[in-house]
Design a protein. Structure first.
Length: 401
């Protein structure tokens, strides 16, 4: 068995690292690949892939806008756009299912093209027979071309492009899996800005922090480094009692706040303060708002608790850096807040990795912050890859129980 290049191995450190080619979360691997996780069997392979396809079905690609001066041209253009959207969605579904498999600890293994082509021509059951001893092998036949890394936290990772129009055939894992247990997929979750941000928390302008309600918490955040390939927005959502509920908390109170940067308007980045209901707030997505593209962290995301009356610093984020994680040094935030009780009471967010939610958006993956512990029972991402979390803080430990 051949293994991935040394540069790629080095990149397995949390927070990214040198890699020969940046990861593209919007592209499925080539047809000559299959999924492998040491110790697994074909039943586990099929079950995980079935679940990942169900999560991928919750995503959607932005629709094309069609305009034409006459009806015939409009009908033709609409038909062409619909065909393009279908092709892109098919490829995006495989890419998202692959992202999900990788987060769950599966590796992508590439076979020689002629060998893979020969297997692909076999009936499904015979394809499964070929793969059954390979999907759980510690040293599988072929080259390991992808495995979990904290790719969403790497500024070099490609996160925002539409699905490929010509993405090739599905890989061997897709064609060999047993589909008898498949259920009807759930409807995609909307990625439109109006739907995503309809329950946005109240922004507090500088000098007007006293407008926060007595039962609210105040969250402060800074963002910079936006760009066409970096995204421009981090979205935080209040978690509900059901981890996989895509609607979050349904209690009539705001359940979302965002940190938006624009490389044209905000030359030096942008500060925000929000009055938010108490609760656990997770990094739900990173978006390229203008293009309607969203990288959704339903498979695992950092979160922090904000209690009534607290002033919590969610951190400074630079979307252009090699590691996209919070700088929790308090002095810049205190300087922006100005003298007074809000700066005096400011405390850094105690992040914990591994919170989950219902999937949606355009792309799905997980996101982890350095040195943050995992919530109890989280089995994927860095936890599945064998990363030992840092000792939990008292706040994070109590919240995880």
């Amino acid at each position: 068995m051949k293994t991935i290049a040394c540069a790629a191995v080095a990149a397995l450190a949390l927070g990214g690292g040198a890699q020969a080619d940046p990861v593209n979360l919007g592209r499925a691997s080539a047809p000559n690949t299959y999924f492998n996780r040491p110790g697994a069997d074909m039943a586990a392979h099929d079950a995980d892939l079935r679940e990942c396809l169900a999560k991928a079905a919750r995503t959607s690609q932005p629709s094309y806008f069609v305009s034409s001066p006459n009806l015939v041209a409009a009908l033709v253009a609409s038909a062409v756009a619909a065909g393009i959207e279908t092709a892109e969605a098919n490829h995006a579904g495989r890419a998202n299912a692959e992202n999900c498999m990788v987060v769950r600890g599966w590796r992508v293994v590439a076979l020689p093209t002629d060998q893979a082509d020969a297997i692909a021509k076999l009936p499904r059951a015979e394809q499964a027979g070929k793969l059954k001893d390979w999907v759980g092998a510690a040293s599988p036949p072929g080259d390991i071309v992808r495995q979990w890394n904290n790719d969403a936290a790497d500024g070099a990772t490609s996160k925002f492009e539409r699905g490929q129009l010509t993405g090739g055939a599905p890989n061997l894992s897709f064609s060999a899996r047993d589909i008898s247990g498949d259920q009807k997929p759930a409807a995609p979750q909307s990625t439109s800005g109006s739907d995503r941000y309809k329950a946005l928390a109240t922004e507090l302008k500088a000098g007007a922090f006293d407008k926060a309600g007595s039962g609210d918490a105040v969250v402060v955040i800074f963002i910079t480094g936006s760009g066409i390939h970096n995204g421009d927005t981090l979205a935080f959502q209040r978690m509900g009692p059901e981890p996989d509920d895509p609607a979050g908390v349904v209690d009539g109170r705001p359940d979302l706040f965002v940190a938006y940067d624009n490389w044209v308007w905000h030359k030096k980045g942008q500060w925000y303060a929000y009055a938010v209901p108490p609760g656990r707030w997770r990094v739900t997505a990173m978006t390229q708002l203008g293009a309607g593209l969203q990288l959704n962290f339903c498979l695992g995301a950092p979160a922090f608790d904000a209690n009534a009356g607290e002033v919590v610093y969610a951190g400074a984020f630079d979307l252009s850096k090699g590691y996209i994680g919070p700088d929790l040094a308090l002095d810049p935030a205190k300087a922006w807040l100005g003298p007074g009780k809000y700066a005096d009471g400011l405390k850094p967010a105690a992040y914990m990795n591994g919170t989950t939610a219902g999937c949606g958006g355009t792309w799905i993956y997980d996101l982890e912050f350095k040195d943050a512990p995992y919530v109890a029972g989280y089995p994927w991402g860095g936890a599945a890859a064998g990363r030992a979390p840092a000792p939990p803080t008292a706040t994070a430990a109590s919240a995880a129980n």
